[in-house]
Write a protein that binds this ligand. Sequence first.
Ligand code: MG
Ligand code: ZN
Length: 206
Amino acid sequence: MNQDTGNPSRSKGGHPWRTEKVAAVFLDRDGVLNDQTGFVNEPEDFNLLPGAAAAVARLNRTGIPVVVVTNQGGIALGYLTEDDLARIHERMVKLLAAEGAHVDAVYYCPHYAGGTVTRYAQDCADRKPGTGMLEKARDDLGINLRKSVLVGDATTDILAGIRAGCRTILVCTGFAGKDGKAVAEPDYTVADLAEAVDLILTKPRV
Ligand SMILES: [Mg+2]
Ligand SMILES: [Zn+2]
């Protein structure tokens, strides 16, 4: 595992990603923005991790689009409905707004081949490590994936980012890359979203 220290030297010059309109920051949801020690099946289950909203607000101030991409296979498993998810995301928006932060778009995949709800129990190119959600965001928002970065806590997030051509940052909140679902080497490993944003805003693109 890449054990980049997450203490990048600060560049005094411009911030290349700040000036790129087409660059975006993709965020996994559970384990990156919010605590995922239990299932998030209703709004009260959704609680932001410490520092997460402030980190998103810092991105917002640069004008970089922030896009959430989240697998929601719990819908295929019957744990929650798409309406429940909409309410959870209303709470997410509210909690972020309380700290001056917002996300520009949210993409989710309700599918999971092992699900029990027939209409959702299927493979889907959107489900990470698939790249479907990233490609939809690219088309909807005019994002250049090669100039973008994905922040995730699971190997499946990182693999999706790599496949889409993004730079990838693994955070050590949530699964901290120990989900064991895929083999994927992130470009950077940092403690949490705040450190990921430090990196995004200071490290010139290689
Ligand atoms: Mg996650
Ligand atoms: Zn899907």
